[in-house]
Structure formats: C-alpha cells, structure tokens
Design a binder for this molecule. Structure first.
Ligand code: ADP
Ligand code: MG
Length: 384
C-alpha cells in the first residue's frame, strides 16, 4: 500500500482529492508479555505492514468512511458520536477524543487502506486509530505529537470502542522509531528508543482459541488477587511487576497465584536485561526469548501445542537466534529473531513442517523495526 493507492481510493469514492494522508504501522512485541496490565515493561517494534488513512473535511452533515478491507460502515455524525458496533468505531473514537481535547474536528470523508492483517495479533486496530488521530490532528491544524496522540488513541479503544486493552499497541504505532524497539514502562508511560537492528519472523499459527477472552480475563483476575494479597503485607506496593520474589515467598501466595506472579516479575526483569543487551550489542539474547516462552508455557499457562512446536522447531534452524510466543497466547503468533535471509529460509522449512504436522496453513511475515505513525502528505493549498 502506498500514498498513491489510498489517494486514488479516496478520490474514486468521494469525487474529490483528500487534504491529508497519514499512516501508522502494526506492531509486534519482542519481549514483556502479560506485563502491561501489571505495570511492567514491554518492548514492541513497529512492523512493515501499515494502515493508511486519507481524509478531508466533508462539508456535509455526516462523516463517511470506506475501507478496502471492510464492508461499508454507516455514516456517523461528529456532533453526536456514538458507538455503532461496526469498524467505524475505530475511526469515530479517535475523532471524538480529539474533539474533546479541543482540536477542531469537522465532519470528514475518510478512506482506509491497509496491509496489516486483521485479528492476527499485530494490532490492526491501533494502526487504524493512530493513523486516524494523526490525519485528523493535522487536518485540525494541530502539530501531531506522538505521545499525546498515542494516549488519545488508547482512550478511544478503551472508552469508545469498549475494548479493555493495555497501552502498548497505540504507543508502538504512534511512537516507534525505525531501527529501534520501544521500551515502554506501562506504569508511568515512560519510554525510550533502543537500537534493534535484527529481523523478526512473525509466524501466525492460525489457531484462534475460543477460550482466549475468558482465559485472558481469568489471568488478569489472578494477577489482581495476587496483588491484593501482596499489598496486605506490603502496602506501598503499587504494581505486581514491581514486587520481588522475596516478597512473593514471604506472603506465601497460593498456586496458581504464585506462578502467575513469578512470571510477571521475572518477565519484567527480562525486558530490562534485553534492553541492556540491545544497547551493548544491538542483538536480543536468544536465551531471554526462550526463557520468556518457557515461563509463558509453564508459569502463565497461556501457550498451545502449536506455539510450543514452533519455538522448539525454530530453535533448531540455523538462521534463528531466539524464539517465543508473542501476544496474549492461547493461539495466535510466535516470533523468531535472526537475519532476514536466515529467517526467510527458516520460515519456508517451518511452514512446510507445520502444514504436515498440524494440517493447517500458517501465515508468516518478515520485518525489521519500522517508523511509527507519520503524516505522509498534506495538500499545500488546503481543500481545493
Ligand atoms: P487486531 O489484533 O488486529 O488489533 P482487533 O480485534 O483488536 O484485532 O481489531 C480488529 C478490528 O479493527 C476489525 O474488526 C475492524 O473493526 C478494525 N479494523 C482494523 N483494520 C481495519 C481496516 N483496514 N479497515 C477497517 N477496519 C479495520
Ligand atoms: Mg487490537
């Protein structure tokens, strides 16, 4: 997808040219899983797949949105934006939040183009929200500030769309830098850009577990309970990720809360170790990725046979230096890290073996760390 494609789509649909075009990437998390809602750290990169948004004030009573990937959504009005339950919520949400923050948002025409796979765990939702926020902020005459727009897009997903997600996705989509991972502390929102020069194979096992939502909610609840038991003894403790294993042992957390807490605490520490290593060498130590996976499998119990299979097989490939499941688990994607050529070779071998083993077609992508959201183009003379 390019500027030209989304511009052509916009012009074909609405009969006039757009005033601004912005884009935002999908993301994949290198390490730091199930840490976000426990106040811990994450380490995502922006991926090559992006979502593009072309926009212009409509001059009409309604806003209209089209997407090449999705059936048409009903027109909506920015004067009384309400949730419709369709994909346009991911567009109306950021617009409503921008209006609330004082940016002049009028009724708009919007065309969306994307090559971010939807529902694969690469956060097509945040890519769309953030691209909309950047385009609309630019259209409204505001200088798009990545951190502000990331927070705004996150609020849009939680409060407007109604998905209780952590802050990682929108911050990665809005704030990532090319050739860097984003080290984000989810308790404070503090972030830094850490050099990351390797390539990543994203391998979608194609297994969407029906129990994912309920299992995820159960883990959040377990972490919540562990936190309460810890706080009874250590009232100053604010987040589970900041507890120590000494504290966990002193409180005698019962299973499985003990295992969940141990994963969160050690996974948060692993992110810190990964950042130190990246700063020193630009490479992610494979051992950290394998330890993360083992912890997710054994302590957090969110892996699947397919994800375990991938990590084990990937570890035996010459082009791979480390691998683990990524995202919430219970199906979805795993990553392997290495060189682009090495990973490409490994991916073909792994995909072939996966088909034979599971009678299922995997999808895979190879990516480096790409830039976050950008205003790609603005009409110099404003609306023609
Ligand atoms: P993901 O893991 O990809 O973020 P979500 O369920 O969080 O999965 O978000 C996917 C939803 O975001 C889709 O169902 C759709 O409503 C919206 N969406 C994402 N990308 C697009 C797009 N290119 N066009 C229209 N809607 C999109
Ligand atoms: Mg999403």
């Amino acid at each position: 997808v390019t500027v030209e494609r989304v511009r052509a789509e916009f012009t074909r649909t609405f009969g006039h040219a757009p005033a601004v075009i912005a884009s935002a990437p999908g993301r994949v998390n290198l390490i730091g899983e199930h840490t976000d809602y426990n106040g811990g750290a994450v380490l995502p990169i922006a991926i090559e797949a992006r979502t593009w948004v072309a926009m212009r004030a409509s001059g009409a009573r309604h806003s209209r949105v089209v997407s090449t990937k999705w059936p048409d959504a009903p027109a909506f009005s920015m004067r009384s934006p309400t949730r419709t339950g369709t994909w346009s919520d991911y567009v109306a949400g950021p617009l409503a939040m921008l209006a609330e923050s004082g940016v002049a948002v009028s009724e708009v025409d919007i065309a969306v183009e994307s090559d971010v796979p939807v529902g694969a765990g690469l956060s097509s939702s945040a890519a769309l929200e953030v691209a909309v926020a950047f385009a609309a902020a630019s259209l409204g005459g505001a200088e798009p500030d990545a951190a502000t727009l990331a927070k705004l897009a996150h609020r849009a997903e939680v409060e407007f769309v109604g998905v209780p997600c952590g802050i990682m996705d929108q911050h990665a989509a809005a704030r990532a830098h090319a050739g860097h991972a984003l080290h984000l502390e989810c308790d404070t929102g503090h972030s830094e850009h850490v050099p990351f020069a390797q390539s990543v194979l994203v391998f979608d096992t194609g297994v969407a577990r029906a129990l994912r939502d309920s299992a995820y909610a159960a883990r959040r609840d377990e972490c919540h309970r562990a936190m309460h038991l810890l706080r009874d003894v250590f009232p100053g403790l604010r987040w589970l990720a900041n507890a120590s294993m000494d504290q966990v042992h002193e409180v005698r957390l019962p299973p499985p809360l003990l295992q969940r807490a141990q994963h969160v605490i050690e996974e948060h520490e692993r992110v810190g170790q990964a950042v130190v290593a990246l700063r020193a060498t630009g490479h992610l130590p494979g051992a950290l990725l394998y330890e993360s996976h083992r912890s997710l499998r054994e302590l957090y119990e969110c892996s699947t046979p397919e994800l375990d299979w991938f990590v084990e097989e990937a570890a035996g490939q010459p082009g791979v230096t480390g691998a683990r499941l990524t995202g919430a688990g219970w199906g979805g994607c795993a990553i392997a890290v290495g060189t682009a050529d090495g990973l490409r070779e490994a991916a073909m071998t792994l995909a072939q073996a996966y088909r034979q083993r599971f009678a299922r077609e995997p999808r895979w992508w190879i990516t480096g760390a790409t830039p976050g959201a950008e205003v790609e183009w603005r009409a110099d003379e404003g609306p023609a």
